[in-house]
Design a protein around this ligand. Structure first.
Ligand SMILES: Nc1ncnc2c1ncn2[C@@H]1O[C@H](COP(=O)(O)OP(=O)(O)OP(=O)(O)O)[C@@H](O)[C@H]1O
Ligand SMILES: [Mg+2]
Length: 264
């Protein structure tokens, strides 16, 4: 065994969070390893988006600590917080592209906000990022001119603009047909393999979970936290918890056929 395993990218310890008096997640702890594709799964209302909001700093934890690369995000001052925020990109469920801006302008936005790069340098990065997600030549299109799959790709290009170590992706397959969803999964895998990006993905899509996840965290509403974690195939076959098996075996035959790993 490696005596010095790499430090976790994210370390969550005793996290409790919620809204007003309602506690949604209680005393949740987990780590995320470098280059890992971690899926957060579970039934509707179990707190997946709430967890994501805490991790990206949109919701303040009631208790506990979230650390990135060994540095506390929860206890960080404004400057440290800005530095940590720069290490991750977020793709919201709605994509959150600016409708009045072209794709190039959308992708360029984080570069204008967080760097002092010249305009030609920014344009070069925008071209590269759009190429990385398969949208070369779409620079001048507006979001309304894009298909659902193209919008997700564009949002991914924008999230990658600052070369983040971590990407948070909320429901990458939502609203996509099975073929486009599979292409999206392939792209996510490619980004991880080529750039080494750590991915935290919230998803309901069983085929994506089986195809992409190195590990899943299963959240449950009544438990207010994680009821299982592990490789999806192991959990589906061997979890002692019927709630976990039920969730993963809803249609395992479909997941098995459409969730085959990609050919090299
Ligand atoms: N802004 C909010 N104010 C108050 N309660 C909220 C808020 N957002 C979510 N909740 C509640 O927190 C619980 C968890 O919601 P959350 O959106 O995290 O679930 P989820 O697992 O993402 O569900 P889904 O799969 O439907 O997206 C739900 O009971 C929800 O009603
Ligand atoms: Mg949600």
């Amino acid at each position: 065994m490696n005596p010095n395993p790499p430090a976790p990218v994210i370390e969550v310890k005793g996290l409790t969070c919620g809204y007003g008096r309602a506690v949604i997640l209680q005393d949740v702890s987990f780590v995320v390893h470098p280059g890992e594709v971690l899926f957060v799964i579970g039934g509707s209302g179990c707190g997946k988006s709430t967890l994501l909001r805490c991790l990206i700093g949109l919701l303040k934890p009631l208790q506990g600590d979230i650390a990135y690369f060994g540095k506390s995000f929860t206890a960080a001052d404004a400057t440290q917080r800005r530095e940590i925020l720069k290490t991750f990109g977020v793709i919201y469920q709605s994509n959150a592209l600016w409708s009045s801006m072209t794709l190039a302008e959308n992708v360029s936005l984080p570069l204008e906000e967080h760097t002092s790069l010249s305009r030609p340098d920014r344009e070069e990065i925008v071209t590269l990022k759009l190429a990385q997600v398969g949208l070369s030549g779409s620079e001048e299109l507006y979001p309304a001119e894009l298909s659902g799959g193209m919008k997700k790709r564009a949002a991914l290009a924008r999230a990658l603009a600052l070369d983040p170590a971590i990407v948070f992706f909320d429901e990458p397959s939502e609203g996509l047909d099975p073929i486009t969803s599979r292409e999206m999964d392939r792209l996510i895998r490619q980004v991880r393999d080529v750039l080494g990006t750590t991915m935290i993905i919230v998803s309901h899509q069983l085929s994506s979970i089986f195809r992409l996840a190195d590990r899943v965290l299963v959240l449950e509403r009544a438990a207010k936290g994680i009821i299982a974690e592990g490789k999806p195939a192991d959990l589906a076959a061997h979890s002692p918890d019927p709630r976990v098996r039920d969730f993963l075996i809803q249609d395992l035959s479909l997941a098995k056929t459409s969730g085959q790993p990609f050919a090299a």
